[in-house]
Design a protein around this ligand. Structure first.
Ligand code: 5RP
Length: 222
């Protein structure tokens, strides 16, 4: 699996989202943090913005739903044009049904775990998802410090995927930068969300290329 970089527009200029998307032409995805002010203590954007951005951006949208009741809303994000929709395990009451519904709507289905949530209880669900997202900060805000305590869980998730032959992408989100990406890549992550490291840089496109090069250098994945 190739290394993929997903810049988070949480750190972009919300008044110029289409331009911000175009500023990272070599990105594989554009990470869209949907926050509802309940599941996390921050409020960002919702379906109408995702619909417009999906039309305006050349890069596919990787929607990360940090919302309550994702069972109700997730399929609508797939229908709105997102290429990938990720729900939080602890917010979903019927994660299997919701992951299946996201796929039925034609998007990749992702499941997210917060830093303190163990991965083993979700091993049997690996076949139901296209991506597992391991948060490397507590969700809600950009610009936080990468939590090294998640590294053993990244290793464990990769081990479970290998054992089961699961073709599931392993995404990390939070505090990913030139300083931290190598540790996450060495542990087995292959999709990297980066907000402040990309949109806080003078040259966002260059920052994407630099992150990718560092991850590729240490990744043990083919
Ligand atoms: O999900 C998120 C926060 O909940 C963001 O995607 C993440 O924090 C990206 O920001 P940064 O790279 O600056 O940490």
């Amino acid at each position: 699996m190739a290394i993929q970089i997903s810049p988070s527009i949480l750190s972009a200029d919300f008044a110029h989202l289409a331009d911000e998307a175009a500023a990272v032409p070599t990105a594989d995805w554009l990470h869209v943090d949907v926050m509802d002010g309940h599941f996390v203590p921050n409020l960002t954007l919702g379906l109408p913005v995702v619909e417009s951005l999906a039309r305006a951006a050349a890069t596919p949208l990787d929607c990360h739903l940090m919302i309550e009741d994702p069972d109700r809303w997730a399929p609508a994000y797939a229908e709105a044009g997102a290429g990938s929709v990720t729900i939080h395990a602890k917010a979903a009451s019927a994660p299997v049904r919701t992951l299946r519904e996201i796929r039925r709507q034609g998007a990749r289905a992702g499941l997210a775990l917060n830093p303190a949530e163990p991965v083993d209880p979700y091993a049997d669900l690996l076949g139901e998802m296209d991506m597992l997202l391991l948060m490397t900060v507590e969700p809600g805000f950009g610009g936080q410090k990468f939590l090294d305590l998640v590294l053993p869980k990244i290793r464990r998730a990769r081990e479970l995927m290998d054992e089961r032959g699961a073709a599931v992408w392993l995404q990390v989100d939070g505090g990913v930068s030139d300083e931290t990406i190598e540790r996450a890549a060495e542990a087995g992550a292959d999709v990297f969300v980066a907000g402040s490291a990309v949109y806080g840089a003078q040259d966002p496109a260059g920052a994407v290329d630099s992150l990718r090069a560092q991850a590729e250098r240490v990744s043990k994945l083919a």
